[in-house]
Design a protein around this ligand. Sequence first.
Ligand code: SF4
Length: 278
Amino acid sequence: MDGTDVRALADDDLRAYRRDQVGLIPSEPRRAMNPVQRVAEYLLEGVRAAGGDVRTARARAVQWLGEGGVADPKRLMRQHPFQVFESELWVATVVEALLREPDLLLVDVPSAEVESGPRAAVAALLDQVRLDSARPGGAQSCGARARSGGAQSGGGVGVLRVFADLEPALAVCDRVVVMCGGRSVEAGNAETLRRAARHPYTRALLGVPPPHDRRIEPEAVVGEPAPSAAEAAGLGCPYVARCPIAIERCVDEMPEPVRYGGGEARCFRVAPEEEGSR
Ligand code: SF4
């Protein structure tokens, strides 16, 4: 992150990094909140602790809750979590994270109880905040970051979203990393992956045949099979149990990334010079 290897940070530095530079929007908002605290206290706690401008933050919270699809933001802020629907609580966790002005926002897959309307409204809100934060002087700060000692990168907020499906990720993200069994198997810009993905797993998610043999009908990807002993030990390709073009070495060797066009794939059957078009 901005040249820092986060995995190498000592405990105290990692805690400070998470507090000052990263915002997390959890999958289950109710579990992230103190049930005896009103939503307003939850929203403003971080800004207040950092010595920021609470009045500006409160006004911005009302604005962002409204833009995120909350019908009556002021009412929501007076309520306790048990009085509020999951969708509105989820929007509140988004606004709380944004108010702390992070460099990086991690957005987990929202729970099934979060409705499609707030999901779409929040996606638009995040896009707007991301663009505003990248413009010089584009977003008026409420001071949470400047006073907490966070290193203002000046590059705006980066948004890292987790998706359970590939298509919505390709629709809204600039760059997409496809994970299988907890490991990255392909990465690239969305246009490249949509048009010319090369990893068999990515291609199965897209509903197109694997590379090398376009006659193989792609199978629907449903759930995860039980890992083999090699996979459980972190060896081998995580897709080997379902891959229609696997070879012997896939069982106990993990391929190195192979670069192609606008992406890279970890597969023994992908060659850098291969066209890989669908
Ligand atoms: S490395 Fe082997 S098992 Fe994994 S996707 Fe490529 S061909 Fe299939």
